[in-house]
Each structure stands twice: as structure tokens, then as C-alpha cells.
Design a protein around this ligand. Structure first.
Ligand SMILES: CC(C)(COP(=O)(O)OP(=O)(O)OC[C@H]1O[C@@H](n2cnc3c(N)ncnc32)[C@H](O)[C@@H]1OP(=O)(O)O)[C@@H](O)C(=O)NCCC(=O)NCCS
Length: 212
């Protein structure tokens, strides 16, 4: 039985240790913290995944206020020693079910297309729709997007196409100048909420729902 523990400022050290084990290359000391505090530009939630007494991985979702139909998988992974035992699929399915409960239409993720065979094999095994990310403004040309419909009977899913994913901004965000960024975004978020009450509704559901 897997248990999902919400990541927060209180267990941030532990979350960072797990993040470092799962993503040793990508790891920078503050990235998860930034993800936790970067609300609401990329409204996000994270969980640490526990099996018995051991933490085995982590998962999360976020969405972009300008694309309110799509939930995105984030910081998803399993610690090396627990891989290839079916946990990745279980964690993925539970995160997907959660996004579906929140009422999103589509569940998506993006990942590197290069030197990432294991991860690509994992997502391909889930039979998700796969497409190249081809943004006009972004320098990132080696990214693939995997998508899955949240509708039980509607399997066809719209392509993402080249809608902008702010990958550059997300990377910058994880580097520095967090405080000024967050301050700016907080005032921006109030405007977004006032203009789009449905986003406020989804944000509340993300805040009060639990991943079971
Ligand atoms: C991708 C990842 C989460 C998979 O987790 P996992 O627990 O090993 O996956 P599962 O055991 O549930 O595997 C499910 C299926 O995926 C496929 N798969 C998973 N790892 C694979 C690998 N290394 N090579 C080939 N196929 C693989 C297989 O079809 C597997 O089914 P099988 O074991 O019955 O053959 C894990 O490798 C990981 O954490 N990688 C590093 C972090 C990462 O890349 N996260 C994703 C960021 S977008």
C-alpha cells in the first residue's frame, strides 16, 4: 500500500533529499522549494510517496492558469533501488486519478527526448499520446509531450501543438530571485482569479482535495 504525504515547507528537507535521489543530475538545492512557493503562476501540489516506513519517490501536479483544462505531471519519479517493481506505474495512475477527480480534461507531461530512454520507455508503456514540443519562442527542441485524456469514454486527446510552456521561465525560476518573482506573481494571480473564477474554483479544489 502506497501512502502519499503532502510536501510542504515543514518536510521540505526530506522532500529535497528524495528529489536529489530521484533526479541526481537535475537537482539544485532550491528547486522543489521554489516549486512549492511559486504558486500561483504554476499552481502546484507535491507528494512524497511512502511504502511501509520507506520513502520511495515523489509526484506532483500543476497547471497553468492560461491553460486551465490541462493538468501537468511534475517532479515524478522513483528512487533507483525501487525501480522496475511497478511503483512508477502505481504512482502515475494515482496522480492521474487525482487530476481526473479535480475535473481536468487532459493529463500531460513533458520530458527530454535525448538520453532519456528509460523514462521514454516508461511513458510509452502507458500508451500515452506522444508528440514533439515545437514552440516558436522556446529554445528547447528536444522535448516530447505525453498526454492522456481524463474522460473515461473520450480517448481522443487534442494535441498540445506549440502552445508555450514557459520552460525557460521555469528554469530561471528555479535558480534565483525567487522573492521578487513571487511578489510580482501574487498580485498578478489576484487579477487572474478575478478574471477567471473557474481557476479560483480549481485552485480551491487542489488546496482542499487529497491524493488518496
Ligand atoms: C520513469 C520511472 C518513474 C519509472 O518508474 P518504475 O517504478 O521503474 O516503473 P515501473 O516499474 O512501474 O515500470 C512500468 C513499465 O514501464 C516500462 N519501463 C520502466 N522502466 C523501464 C526501463 N528502464 N527500460 C525499459 N522499460 C521500462 C516497462 O514497460 C515497465 O513494465 P515492466 O516492468 O512490466 O516491463 C523511473 O525510472 C524514474 O524515476 N526515473 C527517473 C526520474 C524520471 O525520469 N522521472 C520522470 C520525469 S518526466
Amino acid at each position: 500500500m502506497l501512502k502519499f504525504v503532502s510536501a510542504s515547507q515543514e518536510n521540505l528537507k526530506l522532500a529535497q533529499e528524495i528529489q536529489k535521489k530521484v533526479f541526481p543530475k537535475e537537482y539544485q538545492n532550491d528547486t522543489l522549494e521554489n516549486s512549492l512557493t511559486s504558486n500561483p503562476e504554476y499552481l502546484s501540489q507535491f507528494w512524497l510517496v511512502k511504502k511501509g516506513k520507506k520513502f520511495i519517490g515523489l509526484t506532483g501536479i500543476y497547471f497553468y492558469p492560461q491553460y486551465p483544462k490541462d493538468a501537468w505531471l511534475n517532479w515524478f519519479g522513483v528512487i533507483l533501488e525501487f525501480r522496475r517493481k511497478g511503483y512508477g506505474r502505481k504512482i502515475f495512475n494515482r496522480t492521474f486519478a487525482y487530476a481526473r477527480r479535480l475535473g481536468f480534461d487532459n493529463f500531460r507531461l513533458y520530458t527530454d527526448a535525448k538520453n532519456n530512454e528509460n523514462t521514454l520507455a516508461f511513458y510509452r508503456s502507458l500508451k500515452m499520446k506522444e508528440e514533439k514540443y515545437l514552440p516558436a519562442q522556446d529554445d528547447f527542441t528536444d522535448i516530447v509531450i505525453f498526454s492522456k485524456s481524463c474522460h473515461p469514454f473520450k480517448k481522443r486527446i487534442p494535441s498540445w501543438g506549440s502552445k508555450y510552456l514557459y520552460i525557460q521561465e521555469q528554469l530561471l525560476l528555479s535558480q534565483n530571485d525567487m522573492l521578487s518573482y513571487v511578489k510580482k506573481k501574487t498580485s498578478l494571480s489576484l487579477l487572474i482569479f478575478l478574471k477567471h473564477p473557474s481557476i479560483l474554483w480549481r485552485f480551491c479544489r487542489m488546496t482542499f482535495n487529497r491524493l488518496k
